[in-house]
Write a protein that binds this ligand. Sequence first.
Ligand code: KDG
Ligand code: MG
Length: 397
Amino acid sequence: MKITDVRTILTCPKQNYLFIKIMTEDPEIYGIGDASMNGREKAVEDLTLEYLRPMLIGMDADRIEEIWQLIYRGTYWRGGNIMMSALCGIDMALWDIKGKTAGLPLYSLLGGKVRDRVLCYSHVLGKTNEEKIEKAANFVQEKGLKVIRLRAGLPSANGTLNAAGPQNTPKVEDWDPEFWADEMTDYFIKIRQVVGDKVGIIYDLHERFSPERAIYIMRKLEPYNPFFIEDPIAPDCFESLKTVREHTNVPIAFGELYKSRWECLPGITNRWLDFIRCDLIRIGGITEARKIGAIAETYDVKTAWHGPNDVSPVTHAVNWHLNVSAYNFGIQEDGTVDDTVKEVVKGGPVYKDGYLTMEDKPGIGCDIDEEAAKRYPYQRAYIPVCRRPGDNSLCDW
Ligand code: KDG
Ligand code: MG
C-alpha cells in the first residue's frame, strides 16, 4: 500500500508533543507515530516535512525495514537526536499501518504475548524531599504500587519537564553533584524506612555524578536494596560505566540518552548494566528497539524502556506492546498522563494495582484528536539547565 502523505501534528497539551501521521492509498488506513523531542520539537518537524516527506510519498508502507535503513543510512551522516526522533515517528506510524492492515495489535506482529500485564513504576512527586518522604507511604498504598521511582536532586518534575512556555531561555536550577551525595543517600534511606522492605525503589541519578561520587552513593545504598540505580553517570565514557560496575553490586539501569544499538553494545555485551532503558524516540522507534531488546536478551539483560510524561501516550502504548511480547522485559516507567493530554491523544495503557493493561485494537491502538490538538498550540520551551550555586558553573542536569 503506497504512502500518499506524511503530516505532522505539533501540540502542547501541558507538554509539547510532535506526532507524525502517515496517510495511505486506503483512506481508512493511516498510521500515528511519536517524534517528540523535549526542547527541540520544531527541528524534528522541519526535518520531517522538508526532507523526509517528499521521499516517502509513493513508497510502499509495508517496507518498514527498508524505509528505516533508507532514512538512517541513506542520508550518509547517520543518527543524531533530531534524525532519530523523526525516524521514530515514521517507524511507529508504519508499524501502526501494518497492524491496521492485518487487523492485529502491534504485540501480535511482534510475536504475541508472553505475559498478560506489564509491571510498572511511578514517580514520587512533590515540591521538596520532605514532602515526598511524608507522602510516599500513602502514595504506594493508595495506588497499589510494587515499585516507585525517586530522582536525585531537583525535587519535582512539575514545571520543569512540562512546557511553561513560551520561554526564551532555559530555567536555571541549583545543583552541586560534588557536595550533595550525602543528602541524596539520606533521602533514599528515609523513603526506604517509610515504604518498608517489600516495595522496590528505583533511584534515578540522572547522569549527574562522576564515577567516584556515583560509587560512593551506590555503596552506601547497597544495604537498602535498590530495585536499580538509574543512569548513575553520564553516558559519554564507556570506561566510567565499567568502573562503576566493578565497584558496586547494586543493579544498574542505563541508556536513556543512547541513540543507537551501537552505543548500547559495550554496556550489554560486557554486562556493565542489568537493565537497558533507551527512549524509543531517541533510537528510531520499534524497529531498533526490537534489535536492542534481542541483543539484551542474549546477554541476560532486561528492558526498562524510558517512559516519563514527555514521551506521549503513543510511545507508552508502543512500550506496552514491546513489553508484553518480550521475554526479557524487566519493568516499565509509567509517566503520569495529564487530562489535557487525554483530550488530544486517545488510547494508551491503563494503570491498575501496579500493572499496565491495554485494550486490543489493530496497530498501536492510539489516535490523535486533531481539533483538540489545535486548542493547545506549541509553545517554545527548554529543558532546564543546572548551575553550581557556589560559582555559577554549568553541570549535568
Ligand atoms: O526530558 C527529559 C526527561 O525525559 C528525563 O528527565 C526523564 O530521566 C527521566 C526519566 O527517567 O523519566
Ligand atoms: Mg531517567
